[in-house]
Design a protein around this ligand. Structure first.
Ligand code: SF4
Length: 225
């Protein structure tokens, strides 16, 4: 019988194989969008199974609800291909004025958190005024993998910056990281994991997507260390 570790190794390899094929040169945006979408759907499916299993085992149910965004003040790591997909989606779903405003908000946010990476309590610039995620459809695998089992711990975390006190299901985080690691292997030369807000701002720069499609490294200074 396959061990959990072997199963995770196989999962990462399968995601990496698909993503690497999708990024074969000449890179085509449609193939990249498709493979990142598939990885997100796979993450959603696996997370749903894990949460069902946890509930059946009496481990509780997630406190997460639409419009609850206490955790959307945490810095988010993503992968280069996810940043490309988010920027593509924003370009197709926001007006020029909205994009200009978003770029300014991302610049302000990145500047403000630079000196206080983990201390910031600033809301994610993608968060809407009604506390719904403004890029929900294309949000990174890392955001899809974070579930809290205690709302009061989230509130405490939000008010007092105590992330370790939030009861989470380790497996959803591990599975999410495994899928992200598979995606990251498709872009050798780029940092494996990049800061969500810096990388999307980079991908929104004029000509950035074309340079990425041409095989250039564009996220070198967006690495999460
Ligand atoms: S991308 Fe969406 S889910 Fe992730 S932190 Fe930002 S608002 Fe929250």
């Amino acid at each position: 019988m396959m061990t959990r570790e072997q199963w995770l190794v196989n999962l990462e390899s399968a995601v990496a194989t698909n993503a690497t094929a999708a990024l074969a040169k000449p890179r085509k945006i449609a193939k990249i969008l498709s493979v990142v979408q598939a990885a997100g759907s796979q993450a959603d499916h696996l997370q749903s199974q894990l949460l069902d299993r946890a509930e059946q085992a009496g481990s509780g149910v997630p406190a997460c609800r639409a419009g609850c965004a206490y955790c959307c003040v945490i810095r988010v790591a993503t992968t280069p291909v996810e940043a490309i997909r988010i920027a593509d989606w924003l370009t197709r779903n926001r007006t020029e004025d909205e994009l200009a405003t978003l770029r300014r908000e991302l610049e302000d946010y990145n500047r403000a958190v630079e000196a206080e990476y983990f201390a910031t309590r600033r809301p994610c610039p993608f968060l809407r005024a009604d506390s719904y995620c403004g890029i929900y459809e294309v949000r990174p695998v890392s955001c899809r993998s974070y579930f809290s089992f205690d709302l009061s711990a989230c509130v405490d975390h939000f008010q007092n910056n105590l992330p370790s006190r939030i009861p989470k299901l380790d497996d959803t985080l591990v599975f999410g990281r495994t899928i992200s690691a598979g995606l990251a292997r498709a872009t050798p030369g780029e940092p494996r994991f990049v800061d969500l807000h810096r990388s999307v701002l980079r991908a929104l720069e004029p000509g950035a997507r074309e340079r990425f499609l041409g095989g250039e490294v564009i996220f070198a200074d967006c690495a999460v260390t």
